[in-house]
Design a protein around this ligand. Structure first.
Ligand SMILES: [Zn+2]
Length: 234
């Protein structure tokens, strides 16, 4: 009887040691090498304070503020990514953030993120220009920029204004693949109506999340499309 107890005790101790060891070496949430989770920094454009203590709300047209549309879509994108197994961190949760542009970009290296995505709306002095463009800086960001541009234009039926290599602060300071999406023109009357529509925002967030997931899974080839429900978690 004593022998059985000793064996049982030894067995459970061994099991506990193996369990703690595996937990310590393979933290389920943060080990990208195991493909369990990808990490995204989602930057809702604007919402920082300027040197004069004024809040930067981006462009305002037809009573719509760029910063408000950007955060609405950023929050939806966060939820969509979480549904697909991502850890998604936003640079602001409300009207304003203490983070400037460089701090926002630096968050990507602080949390060892896989990708940085900034959401903005374009604007012009007249209401004519419309369409979507994706901006990038580093060469490693280019494939994602192209994929996002193609898929968003197709899904949302927006004019394709192409990908643009541009040294924007959030892109040059990001240590990971980084893109800035100008989702449409707030200065175009038809486009601003769509951009403020909840269904359009949902569709845009889903298309962004699907594209990021496809890209992250390394299946960016348009000829072999992945299921939208694909999850990086194995
Ligand atoms: Zn902007």
């Amino acid at each position: 009887m004593t022998l059985i107890l000793i064996v049982a005790l030894l067995f459970s101790s061994c099991a506990f040691i193996v369990w703690s060891f595996s937990k310590f070496h393979h933290p389920a949430r943060f080990d990208n090498n195991l493909g369990r989770h990808f990490i995204a920094i989602i930057d809702a454009g604007h919402g920082a304070f300027t040197h004069f203590g004024l809040l930067d709300e981006g462009a305002t047209r037809y009573g719509v503020k760029e910063a408000d549309v950007a955060i609405a879509i950023a929050k939806k994108l966060q939820k969509e990514l979480e549904r697909r197994g991502w850890i998604a961190i936003t640079t602001r949760d409300g009207d304003f953030t203490p983070f400037g542009l460089i701090e926002r970009a630096r968050l990507s290296s602080l949390v060892n993120a896989d990708v940085f995505v900034s959401i903005h709306l374009n604007s012009y002095r007249n209401g004519k220009p419309h369409g979507l463009s994706v901006h990038y800086w580093s060469e490693e960001s280019r494939p994602l920029a192209k994929l996002m541009q193609t898929r968003l234009c197709r899904t949302l039926g927006l004019k394709d204004r192409g990908v643009v290599r541009q040294p924007l602060t959030v892109l040059t300071w990001a240590s990971v693949p980084a893109i800035l999406i100008e989702l449409g023109f707030i200065s175009n009357p038809a486009e601003v109506r769509r951009l403020t529509n909840t269904k359009f925002q949902d569709k845009a967030a889903k298309a962004m999340a699907d594209t990021l997931t496809m890209w992250a899974c390394g299946r960016c080839d348009e000829s072999t499309p992945c299921s939208p429900s694909i999850r990086p978690t194995r």
